[in-house]
Design a protein around this ligand. Structure first.
Ligand SMILES: Cc1ncc(C[n+]2csc(CCOP(=O)(O)OP(=O)(O)O)c2C)c(N)n1
Ligand SMILES: [Mg+2]
Length: 325
């Protein structure tokens, strides 16, 4: 499957870099959260990183991206500046939302990220709206919306699929199915757990992919993004994955007694980074020293970004009503 001549080594290094960056960014949050200086809630995506990277590597800088409360991976994969993300987590004036949004409300317009929302399914109709604008203006920009299995419980998901299919809009709907919405299992909520099959009703492609397999996600996303860009309309990708940490906060659900240890361990054995690393080493696509170099680069960037955030000032009282509508 992984033939060296068919793989672009630069792309491979970039994917490796993004995968490591998301993991280390969130591991740093886990390390620092007990200091109680990050005061906003954090929804960590560790275990799910390959979906963000596999999809975003197919996007251009000005393509639109809409995300959720679990947004760190999507933003990093789309090129957001982690200095501004850390500063935002710490509530500093230098943060991407001037310290007023916190983890769930980040914005990077220059990267096509018009704002993330904690309203479950809230990003889906916004992606459709941006795709409609793009089509009317003939801009050839693709809109991607990431959302969880919980968003499929919302009516706006179906309305948005319908409208996007009807108008053949350039949208890629990416459902990160981690089988839980907070602590509620998918099976206890949905009559049909094959989310990708919903696409059939709207006459658009629905694809199910192993969300922890970066290469598989990349291939599937490439087809959907190309399709959207060339005017053939939307598609729905269901990427199956698993969240390692609690719904919110740096802890795990095992220590809280909320999840079966065996289930967690089975998914941890499918770690998206370990699987990717093993595959590229086994197929001699990158050398171990290349990977160590990337890891070191990311470690340095994380330290620099954290230092920037810690040294930045808090907003002053006069800033309170700025940027508020
Ligand atoms: C409209 C709405 N309903 C309920 C909530 C509370 N809530 C926050 S996250 C969440 C679960 C989301 O699950 P899912 O979409 O599967 O995403 P995951 O957390 O698994 O990534 C809920 C119910 C909310 N934020 N918005
Ligand atoms: Mg979920």
């Amino acid at each position: 499957m992984l033939k060296k001549n068919k793989i672009n080594i630069q792309l491979l290094k970039k994917m490796c870099y993004s995968l490591i960056k998301i993991r280390k960014f969130e591991e740093k949050i886990i390390e620092r959260y007990p200091d109680q200086k990050i005061c906003c809630p954090v929804h960590l995506c560790i275990g799910q990183e390959a979906i963000a990277v596999g999809v975003c590597e197919n996007l251009k800088k000005n393509d639109y991206l809409f995300s959720t409360h679990r947004n760190h991976g999507h933003l990093i994969a789309k090129g957001a500046d982690i200095k501004l993300m850390f500063a935002e987590l710490y509530g500093k004036i230098t943060g991407c939302s001037s310290g007023k949004g916190g983890s769930m409300h980040m914005i990077f317009p220059e990267n096509g990220i018009l704002g993330t929302s904690a309203i479950v399914a809230g990003g889906i109709p916004m992606a459709v709206g941006s795709a409609l604008a793009s089509k009317i203006k003939n801009e050839k920009r693709v809109s991607v919306t990431f959302f969880g299995d919980g968003a499929v419980d919302e009516g706006t998901f179906y309305e948005s699929l319908n409208f996007a299919a009807l108008k053949r809009l350039p949208v890629v709907f990416v459902c990160e199915n981690n089988f839980y919405a907070t602590n509620s299992p998918q099976k206890a909520r949905q009559a049909n757990c094959d989310i990708y099959k919903i696409a059939k009703f709207f006459n658009i492609p629905g694809i199910c992919v192993k969300g922890n397999d970066l290469f598989a996600v990349y291939r599937v996303a490439k087809e959907s993004v190309n399709r959207a860009r060339n005017g053939s309309g939307p598609s729905l990708i269901e990427a199956r994955t698993y969240r390692w940490r609690s719904h919110v906060g740096p802890e795990t659900d095992i220590e809280k007694g909320l999840r079966d240890k065996k289930e967690v361990e089975e998914w941890q054995a499918l770690c998206p980074y370990s699987c990717f690393r093993q595959a590229i080493l086994k197929n001699k696509l990158l050398k171990e020293t290349d990977i160590i170099e990337i890891e070191q680069l990311v470690t340095n960037e994380i330290e620099e970004a954290l230092e920037f955030a810690l040294k930045s000032p808090y907003p002053v009282a006069d800033d309170l009503y700025k940027d508020v509508y």
